[in-house]
Ligand binder design. Structure first.
Ligand code: ATP
Ligand code: MG
Length: 409
């Protein structure tokens, strides 16, 4: 038997109900907040991710699904910020008056080790907001994430924020970090030794316990907690905190928060749950003021986030598949089909028995799936009526055909 691939999952009809509730909550919130939906392709030129996500990241180095077609290297999107930025540039959105506020949802693909909360095909809901340098945009994005989580019943998650500074102040921090870690270089894990050269900030993201012990050393802590960011970046971060305070959003500053992608500057944030085990982040995001330019567009500030829908799914209360409105019972399939079709056209969810089984069998099936049984046996056929049986209370009435719709409302 051919099975679903490792790290992929079928989302079953009983689960889709809950997924759709989350998606509908997102649609409604984005409508109110004036974010517009964008749907970009699932595969893009490999180079988009190499340049956009950064070729020193785990995502680009180890996790991409890349394939060749007609001499082109293509990649299934591992995330969607690069794709949205490409679309933003290609479709001339930079000529629109800012801010441009976009959202998306859909599958992402990463060749990771599957485990609880980590799949190879997973779904993200995300927002990208272009054109605003002010920290109000960062606060709006964080606020949106908080409101979405509240709307799906997840009110008390932990929000962590940090500022990575701009290129200039980050360079000072990188140097200081490299300096203080120089003597411990051989004690860092293999990944971190690579990061030390390519992207030293990412070392702070490492989950390896040996690396984390090294971060605890006084000298390293001193660098981590030093005020390396320049006055402009500090002001931006203070503004963000003020906006969040005024919105009553609780957060903690986590100086180790650097995020896995290369394109962030200034604000980064994550939202975590205590109920998820080690894969505990449901949302990650930040500001990326140079990405639009890196990908060939005009210099444009931007900020955004992405949420992992599977992780949210595991946290929310599950909805049951609802009963359909009515099930038509008849020994005459063509009569049953006719009534079914009429009611469906009037907006009801209706089913009938395709093989005209015994009355009792059909009634059993109706009781399992529907709120009402609509019975058209011999008596009803000859009087051109329908017996409407409420399957929850067992009450029943006999009515003329044109009254059925008003009985099951
Ligand atoms: P993590 O540290 O959990 O690997 P990340 O930093 O790689 O997350 P992002 O790329 O920022 O995550 O993606 C945003 C969100 O998408 C994450 O917070 C998480 O909820 C979800 N996510 C990321 N990778 C996966 C995956 N392989 N399976 C399921 N969800 C994922
Ligand atoms: Mg990851």
């Amino acid at each position: 038997m051919i099975q679903a691939q490792k790290g992929t999952k079928d989302i079953l009809p009983t689960e889709v109900e809950t997924w759709r509730k989350m998606e509908n909550a997102a649609v409604e919130l984005f409508r109110r907040s004036n974010f517009k939906e964008i749907r970009t392709p699932i595969f893009e030129a490999t180079e988009l991710f190499a340049r956009g996500v950064g070729d020193s990241t785990d995502i680009v180095n180890k996790e991409m699904y890349t394939f060749e077609k007609s001499d082109r290297s293509l990649t299934l999107r591992p995330e969607n910020t690069a794709g949205v930025v490409r679309a933003y540039i290609e479709n001339g959105f930079s000529r629109m008056s800012p801010p441009v506020k976009l959202w998306y949802k859909g599958p992402m693909f990463r060749y990771e080790r599957p485990q609880a909360g980590r799949q190879r095909q997973f779904h993200q809901l995300g927002v990208e907001m272009f054109g605003v340098y002010d920290a109000a945009a960062d606060a709006e994005c964080i606020n949106l994430a908080v409101q979405f989580l509240k709307a799906i019943g997840l009110a008390d998650l932990d929000i962590e924020i940090n500022s990575l500074g701009c290129n200039k102040c980050r360079a000072n921090f990188k140097n200081a970090l490299k300096n203080v870690l120089k003597n411990d270089l051989n004690n860092l894990c293999e990944d971190c030794q690579y990061r030390y050269e390519k992207n030293p900030l990412r070392i702070l993201d490492c989950k390896n316990p040996d690396c984390r012990r090294i971060f605890q050393k006084d000298a390293v802590q001193k660098v981590i907690y030093s005020d390396f960011i320049c006055p402009d970046c500090q002001k931006h971060f203070d503004d963000l905190k003020r906006y969040l305070d005024s919105l009553n959003i609780k957060y903690t500053v986590n100086k180790l928060l650097v995020r896995g992608l290369d394109y962030y500057n200034r604000t980064v944030f994550e939202i975590k749950s205590n109920n998820l085990g080690s894969q505990n982040a449901v949302c990650g995001g930040g500001r990326y003021d140079s990405l639009v330019e890196t990908l060939g567009g005009p210099a444009t500030p931007a900020v955004g986030w992405a949420m992992g829908m599977e992780r949210l799914y595991s946290l929310v209360n599950k909805s049951e598949l609802p009963l359909i409105d009515a099930f038509v019972i008849s020994e005459n399939p063509s009569e049953a089909f006719k009534l079914t079709s009429e009611l469906r056209e009037n907006g009801f969810s209706v089913e009938f028995d395709y093989s005209s089984k015994k009355f009792k069998k059909q009634l059993d099936k109706a009781a399992k799936t529907a709120k009402y049984a609509l019975i058209i046996m011999q008596d009803e056929l000859s009087s051109n009526t329908v017996t409407v049986k409420n399957l929850l209370t067992s009450e029943q009435v006999n009515v003329s055909r044109d009254k059925v719709a008003s009985c099951i409302n």
